[in-house]
Design a protein around this ligand. Structure first.
Ligand code: NAD
Length: 326
């Protein structure tokens, strides 16, 4: 295995240092960012994610509000909870944890968010701004993927902007929260982008597209979907998938990605592992977005934030709240 492993834990540690610096600067101005989460029911992965970001918020001194709701909560009550958080001045950013139980419309809950607190860009206004290449917030998982790629490309001596503009970027998975924003961010970097989803797979054509990828990002939620036969020699591969499986040796649940790691590593130039890849970077980006929301709410100039600018190509501006009219 000659591939380089893109170390998400190390990247996250760097981002956490930046978060701590930002928090210290805000404390001097008497501004305390606040993150709120809404979790309906007890989905295993969402609970684990909520716990991780609660601890991270505590570590950096971010105010944290937790709204756990029972599985049988009515949609109107979830919407009312979001309304309460919108009105709470201690909360600068809100995360709606997925999945919501059947019978609750994700669209209705997302539309209930105050767009200025919608740090995952799921409200139609923010999703639209992202698609137009002028994001208010870059959602955390897609941002984490490009942070990992930007950092890797720079560390390998390349000019990321030049590399993206000459690259085939293939994204597997087309969800509103991960796959589609990844495509928009690929466009922002002037890559040639192909989007594949389960229909591509069912049509028997997934390999035909993935094998052309210079950069492959996989976010399908299917254990080991992509093996060496799906990638070309020298691919740079990012694995977003998190799939709990039983370890046959220990009987314990362990997490694996959408890449068949060992086999893809035989051909890849570099790839992200699971765990320890995109997950920890995502956590840090979510907190970064909560801080960004607090800064913009306080009327601070966010146009100079290096961390906020990072997921965009140098030819794109980051638009802060003052630039956007609803
Ligand atoms: P989702 O279920 O909403 O969407 C999955 C997408 O993958 C869909 O577009 C679907 O059509 C596509 N897909 C499914 N099977 C496929 C196949 N065989 N071939 C090609 N495409 C296929 O899931 P999501 O929220 O986008 O999450 C995707 C994965 O990423 C999950 O494993 C999730 O746990 C993980 N995830 C990780 C992070 C992180 O921080 N690392 C964050 C969010 C999601």
């Amino acid at each position: 295995m000659g591939a380089r492993i893109i170390d998400g834990k190390a990247l996250a540690a760097g981002l956490k240092r930046q978060l701590a610096e930002q928090m210290a600067a805000l404390e001097e101005k008497d501004i305390r960012p606040g993150l709120a989460t809404v979790l309906v029911g007890n989905p295993y992965e969402a609970e684990a994610y909520e716990k991780r970001i609660r601890y991270l918020a505590g570590d950096i001194g971010c105010h944290y509000t937790r709204e756990p709701l029972p599985e049988d909560t009515a949609e109107a009550d979830v919407v009312a909870t979001v309304g309460k958080l919108n009105a709470d001045p201690r909360v600068s950013g809100i995360l709606i944890l997925k999945p919501l139980p059947e019978g609750i419309s994700e669209a209705a809950v997302h539309e209930a968010l105050d767009p200025k607190k919608d740090i995952e860009a799921v409200h139609p206004v923010n999703a639209g701004l992202l698609t137009l290449g002028r994001p208010r917030y870059v959602p955390s998982t897609p941002a984490a993927c490009f942070h990992a790629l930007d950092s890797y490309l720079a560390s390998s001596g390349r000019d990321p902007a030049d590399f993206y503009s000459r690259s085939n970027l293939v994204v597997v998975g087309r969800s509103n929260n991960v796959g589609k924003p990844l495509v928009s961010l690929g466009f922002s970097r002037n890559a040639t982008v192909t989007s594949c989803d389960v229909h591509t797979y069912n049509a028997g054509r997934l390999r035909e597209f993935t094998i052309q990828a210079d950069i492959l990002i996989v976010a399908a939620g299917v254990e080991g979907l992509i093996d060496a036969s799906y990638v070309r020699e020298g691919v740079i591969a990012v694995d977003v998938g998190i799939n709990p499986v039983e370890d046959p040796e220990t009987g314990q649940t362990k997490l694996v990605g959408d890449l068949d790691f060992e086999s893809v590593a035989e051909k890849a130039e570099a790839l992200t592992p699971v765990p320890g890849g995109i997950g920890p970077v995502t956590d840090a980006w979510l907190l970064n977005n909560a801080i960004l929301a607090a800064k913009t709410a306080a009327g601070l100039d966010t146009s100079v934030e290096p961390a906020a600018r990072q997921p965009l190509s140098s030819s794109n501006k980051i638009y802060n709240l003052q630039n956007i009219r609803e």
